[in-house]
Design a protein around this ligand. Structure first.
Ligand SMILES: Cc1cc2nc3c(=O)[nH]c(=O)nc-3n(C[C@H](O)[C@H](O)[C@H](O)COP(=O)(O)OP(=O)(O)OC[C@H]3O[C@@H](n4cnc5c(N)ncnc54)[C@H](O)[C@@H]3O)c2cc1C
Length: 456
């Protein structure tokens, strides 16, 4: 089981720019992940970073082994929920076998790590569940059993150095998810866990619990944890909702969450504006207001404020929230040149904010310092639709909590547990998604250990 695989990435399919959607060929021999040059083009940053992360990640485990290993405790998925569950199952003396459809572990974690991985958030234990909005009650019970400190302790034990960065988010000092995945999977293998890649779960039967994989193999574990993720950022919609509905379980439709929005603007705007940051603004919509930074993309806006309060319809931007309108107007009045030059030199707007102002400020706003200061403080834009699930950071919806017991066991399917983003909860970006997933992984592990340990 400790033989290492050398994963050669020979082809990439881009479901949308920035996503390495599939990794193809796996060669089970000692070595490291390798990427052929075409994997690095034609897209920019995210793809390159993921490829670089993959390059530094040694993968061990089997790819499509024949025959399937004996499995008493199965985990499907190798994201943060699955790896946390495996950690505590091995600590309980169990030897879980982890399966993933992909040829390497933790793909979504690598994606998250390519854009500044926030692993949790610095707030009081009482305040944390509130970020899980409609599911704060259910998540409070989960987060209490595996809180931020427990997660930070686990990260530290894996050699990571978490620290609090801007906006109270915790980051990892070494910045990449690849090193975390490497040390995590290695420590799990050392503790007796096994990894099997390239096996896609396609069907579940109960009595007895039987898991069927795409290639025709089946296992009949005593307990199985599903940690299949929420289906965001995936090239195809996930198949597990139908798999669970076939068991007559209630699954709420998956919808994009933490997604960018298209804005109503002529397409030429993006020729100049794509990639420009809009710093330190306050966005107000019908859903509320949120301070933060936005990025102009090739279709609209991305960033925490839009993820948090984005909703179709009118939105207003305060591009200078720290300055009252009269002071801003005075500053502009004291400048030299045309109104436009004065705004440019005195208001000190970020490049994206300046482009938005020029695009959306009504003509009459440029007539006096007070009018343009008012526009800077109250700029109206129209948000259209959110980006689809395949381009969103997380998903809303998933398996209903009504189907679960307090250990995340599925009431109507004995031996089956679930954890992570596939359950019906959601949270903003900022570390809450990973914190929620790992806390659920721990709780499910407790349920599985309680079920299996007496049989050991
Ligand atoms: C661009 C981006 C940036 C992000 N940044 C952050 C961040 O900074 N902080 C944060 O907290 N969260 C972030 N997230 C969200 C975070 O990555 C997820 O919430 C988290 O990974 C969910 O963990 P999980 O274990 O539930 O599922 P996942 O990590 O999604 O893992 C699910 C696994 O199951 C496998 N799988 C799925 N279906 C099958 C099947 N049928 N058979 C076998 N295997 C299957 C998948 O291949 C995958 O490996 C980000 C997400 C994206 C897309």
């Amino acid at each position: 089981m400790n033989s290492h695989a050398c994963l050669i990435i020979t082809r990439q399919e881009l479901s949308h720019p920035g996503t390495l959607s599939s990794l193809h060929e796996c060669v089970p021999q000692g070595g490291y992940l390798g990427a052929t040059p075409e994997v690095l083009g034609p897209d920019g940053s995210v793809l390159r970073l993921i490829a670089a992360a993959l390059n530094s990640l040694r993968v061990s485990g089997h790819v499509n082994p024949l025959p399937m290993p004996e499995v008493s405790c199965a985990i499907i998925g190798t994201g943060p929920a699955a790896l946390t569950a495996a950690t505590y199952l091995t600590k309980a003396g169990l030897k879980p076998v982890l399966f993933d459809a992909r040829p390497a572990p933790g793909w979504k974690l690598l994606v998250a790590g390519s854009s500044g991985l926030n692993v949790t958030y610095d707030c009081s234990e009482e305040d944390l569940p509130g970020f899980y909005t409609e599911r704060s009650v259910e998540m409070a019970a989960v987060l209490k059993r595996f809180n931020r400190e427990a997660w930070l302790k686990l990260l530290t034990s894996l050699g990571e150095e978490p620290y609090i960065g801007s906006s109270r988010r915790y980051f990892l000092r070494n910045k990449t998810a690849a090193t975390l995945l490497k040390s995590w999977t290695e420590s799990l293998e050392a503790a007796g866990a096994e990894f099997v890649y390239g096996e896609e779960l396609v069907k579940i039967e109960k009595d007895p619990l039987t898991l069927h994989f795409a290639g025709g193999k089946t296992i009949t574990p005593q307990a199985a944890l599903l940690a299949l993720g929420g289906g965001s950022w995936e090239p195809e919609p996930p198949k597990w909702p139908e798999m669970l509905r076939a068991l007559e379980l209630e699954v709420k439709d998956l919808e994009p969450s933490n997604a960018g929005y298209r804005i109503k603007v002529p397409p030429e705007f993006f020729l100049k504006a794509e990639g420009q940051p809009v710093k330190g603004l306050v966005l107000t919509t019908a859903k509320g207001e949120k301070q933060g930074e936005l990025m102009i993309t090739k279709y609209g806006l991305e960033g925490t404020p839009i993820y948090t309060v984005g909703t179709p319809g009118k939105a207003t931007l305060d591009l200078k929230p720290d300055m009252p309108v009269d002071k801003l107007a005075q500053r502009i009045a004291d400048g030299r040149g045309s109104i436009s030059q004065r705004v440019e030199h005195t208001a000190k707007l970020s490049s994206g904010a300046w482009l938005l102002l020029k695009q959306f400020a009504p003509d009459h706003a440029w007539s006096t310092p007070l009018n343009i200061a008012t526009a800077i403080k109250d700029l109206t834009i129209q948000l259209l639709q959110p980006r689809p699930l395949s381009e969103s950071i997380s998903a809303r919806g998933g398996l209903s909590w009504d189907e679960l017991d307090e250990n995340l066991g599925v009431n109507r399917v004995p031996g089956l547990f679930v954890a992570g983003e596939m359950v019906d909860w959601d949270a903003p970006t900022g570390g809450f998604l990973i914190q929620g997933s790992v806390s659920m992984g721990f709780v499910a592990a407790c349920g599985i250990a309680a079920q299996l340990k007496p049989r050991l």
